[in-house]
Design a protein around this ligand. Structure first.
Ligand SMILES: Cc1ncc(COP(=O)(O)O)c(C=O)c1O
Length: 290
């Protein structure tokens, strides 16, 4: 497997120790990250990912990220990957800090890694026994404090799946551990609203925009419109389920809690439309209203 690592201004051997023991990203998970797909040799939707990263830095209160430094590092990693990379990750932490939760005032740490891991071909999901807190300080932030997602992915794997789907604290359908969920229901496509506590997925946003532009009835649901009981409709075959993420695109969920699921026709159309537009527009601009 190819792994390219950039840190502190230059490329490094993947095995080289780089972050100090006192980095606040290491000690308390005080940072943000983005995972981006490489499509046809280009980092897909870099502008949108960097905008989300800027939003995350603002929400964390760690000061603005250095977009020029990230662009430079991304270019170096892509060049070093010589066309083999399929996925890039940018991580920014608040930098060196004290052992407690209070931050230091050092510069950010910036890491960019690229790998040639294959795109996940299928999605098998389970319902998570844990919930997303839609009122947390980090809700909607792609923070490096992702250990609860790691616990849920481990749970999914123990149950023969690779993704876990969560409710929020009110029992509303929210998202997967590393994906948004989207449903074909009653002749339209709906996805939980950001008020559910889900991440504003780049793929989710583009699927909403590009789907609507192609005349597919697709919308974000009203708060509370989609409860976890819609997954019973999915199991009954009345509603269809897909997930969206940078690595998966718009992907049919092949099974839920071990039960095989049929793909929805409209979701298939949406997935095809997404692939088509992604090919045409490798770096879509920001949506007009945010
Ligand atoms: C919790 C969570 N929700 C949704 C997504 C999907 O977001 P995107 O489409 O930007 O990859 C991710 C991506 O990793 C995620 O971590």
């Amino acid at each position: 497997m190819t792994t390219v690592v950039w840190a502190e201004g230059s490329l490094h051997d993947p095995g080289e120790p780089l972050i100090t023991a006192l980095d606040h990203g290491v000690t308390v998970g005080d940072g943000i990250f983005e995972t981006m797909a490489v499509r046809d040799g280009r980092v897909f939707a870099l502008t949108r990912h960097l905008a989300r990263m800027a939003y995350g830095a603002d929400r964390l209160g760690i000061g603005p990220v250095d977009a020029d430094a990230i662009h430079g590092a991304v270019d170096e990693v892509m060049e070093a990957g010589q066309g083999t990379l399929t996925r890039l990750r940018v991580t920014v932490t608040s930098g060196t800090g004290p052992m407690g939760s209070a931050r230091g005032d050092g510069p950010h740490s910036l890491l960019v890694t690229g790998v040639d891991a294959p795109r996940p071909r299928t999605c098998h999901a389970v319902r998570s026994p844990w919930r997303r807190n839609e009122r947390g300080a980090l809700t909607g932030v792609k923070s490096t404090s992702y250990a609860e997602n790691a616990v849920m992915v481990a749970y999914a794997r123990e149950h023969g799946a690779d993704e876990a789907i969560l409710a929020n604290t009110q029992g509303h359908l929210c998202e997967g551990t590393a994906s948004n969920v989207i449903l074909e229901r009653d002749g339209e496509i709906v996805t939980p609203p950001l008020a559910s506590g889900c991440l504003a997925g780049i793929t989710r946003g583009l699927a909403l925009e590009w789907g609507a532009a192609a005349g597919i009835p697709v919308r974000a649901a009203a708060p509370g419109e989609l409860t976890m009981s819609v997954l019973d409709e999915v199991l009954a075959g009345d509603t269809h389920l897909a997930v969206t993420s940078s690595t998966r695109g718009v992907q049919h969920v092949a099974s839920l809690d071990g039960k095989a699921l049929e793909p929805g026709t409209m979701l298939r159309r949406l997935a095809a439309q997404f692939e088509l537009r992604a090919e045409q527009e490798p770096d879509p601009g920001l949506p007009r209203s945010k």
